[in-house]
Write a protein that binds this ligand. Structure first.
Ligand SMILES: [Zn+2]
Length: 82
């Protein structure tokens, strides 16, 4: 006698979520956001250097707002230092 309910696709979920794209928490996002923005403005691979940042920004309007504000602020600096 089997209690398995074939209508529940539990086995499919891990494959759908995919590996490697772990999303950051807001705290982790906040710690790394300046680095991500600096790399982005430098034309480097910011998403590769800070994995999960882009996924978090797409799902978190608050952090995206911080990110956009930081991009705008840094881009407005005449000399961003070293
Ligand atoms: Zn967030």
């Amino acid at each position: 006698m089997s209690d398995r309910d074939l209508s529940r696709p539990d086995d499919l979920l891990p494959g759908l979520l995919g590996p490697g794209e772990a999303e950051l928490s807001c705290d982790e996002c906040f710690e790394r956001i300046d680095r991500h923005v600096e790399l982005q403005l430098a034309g480097l691979d910011a998403d590769g250097a800070v994995p999960g940042m882009r996924a978090h920004l797409e799902g978190c309007p608050a952090c995206r707002e911080d990110h956009d504000a930081l991009v705008a602020w840094l881009a407005a600096q005449p000399d961003r230092g070293t």
